[in-house]
Design a protein around this ligand. Structure first.
Ligand SMILES: [Zn+2]
Length: 435
């Protein structure tokens, strides 16, 4: 088994170089980063292929197979990032600078750090001569996660299912230490919410703007809807994952609203994380009305970003909207709908994670969480229903409250200590699963 210090050094070096490849998506331009990773993995003995739906934007698959059958373990990651505005940062976002024992740059958390830790663990093992006793280790580094994965994970799972079919997948989504009321809990992302964005329309009657009462202003009819969306929330629905999580935090899950108020009073940042797990969320983001300054608008439209617990769909969204806005005064049309999905909570993979956390941080516990957003995990669960897909990147030096604002934010950075911790987890998991 590779030493922690060696893994920390390898992962830090890999991450600093990866950050220096600008993979801001759009346009992505992932090819140089992917070709560089392929070179490292091939040199260590991996069979590699670059599969691209679009020129210049390949996905990388790197595998080592045993002669005998066994589980296929996939370590997953995406190499594209969101944009960064250098004027908001204390360092160049594409420098990979090492400062205060942290690696800084866009992707340091989401998620070049995990790509680096997975690659470093696999390369270190292969260089020591490790080969799986049974089954296969597959590293999958995708393009295009940040803008919908239509040429990344979604495409791979649709067009090349035989190449990426797996029994176990470890992806992004959770793993930072959650501190609450003297407890330390490490989240494992076992589910992701679905996305059911919709448009609310209000109708009125046009007229000259110099005579306010001559028409019927559709824009003004948005005011009570916006106020209700700010002040109210749909009823909480307890699904198995938040039920486990509330238990791990020492809270009574029978009344999720009361549990949430208790969290809010102790640790508001945690309430921000937990509330979206408890039901449908409704976030208005774009509003349009009127084309001319002197015409009372006869129609206004409000776009709402709506995230839905795994397995639920349009009916539950309509119920949630009625609970917040009432029955009348608007029209609702769906713009897109992707159902969220989940993996079981109790599996051998969860046991492996629990054993790792027990060794690393005795007294801490592990609990399932639901990702409020969306990641590549969804595509694997959808394409391969038997596959167990979790998000886990353990972080102890920097906790969840410190990490959360850095995702897609300014001064994104990660402690090198956590890079070593994560790479140790991946190398131990590989050996434990594949022999
Ligand atoms: Zn990500």
């Amino acid at each position: 088994m590779p030493e922690r210090a060696d893994l920390e050094r390898r992962t830090t070096k890999l991450l600093r170089r990866l950050i220096r490849f600008d993979t801001v998506n759009p346009p992505g331009n992932e090819a140089p980063a992917q070709e560089w990773l392929r070179g490292l993995l091939e040199a260590a003995g991996f069979d590699c292929e670059l599969l691209a739906a679009v020129e210049g934007r390949p996905n990388l698959l790197a595998r080592i197979r045993a002669a005998s059958d066994g589980p296929r373990l996939c370590l997953l990651g995406h190499v594209d990032t969101v944009l960064a505005d250098p004027s908001e940062w204390s360092v160049d976002p594409w420098s990979g600078e090492l400062r205060d024992r942290c690696v800084w740059g866009r992707g340091a958390v989401d998620m070049k750090s995990q790509v680096a830790a997975e690659a470093a663990a696999a390369i270190a093992l292969a260089e020591e001569g490790w080969r799986p006793a049974a089954g296969e280790l597959l590293l999958t580094f995708t393009a295009d996660e940040e803008t919908g994965a239509s040429i990344g994970a979604d495409w791979l799972c649709r067009e090349h299912p035989e190449r990426v079919r797996c029994d176990l997948v470890v992806n992004e989504g959770a793993g930072e230490r959650i501190d609450y009321a003297g407890r330390r809990v490490y989240g494992v992302c076992v589910a992701e919410k679905g996305v059911f964005r919709f448009t609310l329309t209000t109708e009125g009657r046009a007229g000259h703007a110099s005579l306010p009462r001559v028409g019927d202003n559709a824009l003004a009819k948005m005011a009570p809807l916006l106020t209700a969306l700010r002040d109210r929330h749909p009823p909480y629905q307890l699904t198995p994952e938040p039920e486990h999580l509330l238990g791990a935090l020492g809270l009574d899950s029978a009344d999720p609203g009361a549990a949430l108020r208790e969290i809010e009073s102790q640790e508001p940042a945690l309430a921000t994380m937990v509330e979206p797990m408890l039901g449908v969320s409704l976030t208005p983001t774009i509003m349009r009305a009127g084309d001319k300054i002197n015409v009372i608008p006869s129609q206004a439209q409000l776009k709402v970003d709506c995230r839905v617990p795994p397995g639920l769909g349009k009916d539950e969204v309509r119920d949630a909207v009625r609970a917040v806005l009432g029955e009348d005064g608007y029209r609702l049309e769906f713009d897109e709908g992707v159902t969220g999905n989940r993996s079981p909570v109790e599996t051998p993979l969860m046991e492996s994670i629990r054993r790792f956390v027990d060794r690393e941080d005795p007294g801490a516990t592990v609990a399932p969480v639901v990702m409020p957003g969306f990641s590549d995990s969804n595509w694997w669960r959808r394409a391969f229903p038997e596959c167990v897909v979790y998000g886990f990147f353990p972080q102890r030096a920097m906790n969840a409250y410190e990490t959360m604002p850095l995702v897609h934010g300014a001064d994104e950075r990660i402690p090198v200590e956590d890079l070593g911790l994560a790479a140790s987890f991946y190398s131990e998991l590989i050996v434990e699963t594949l022999g």
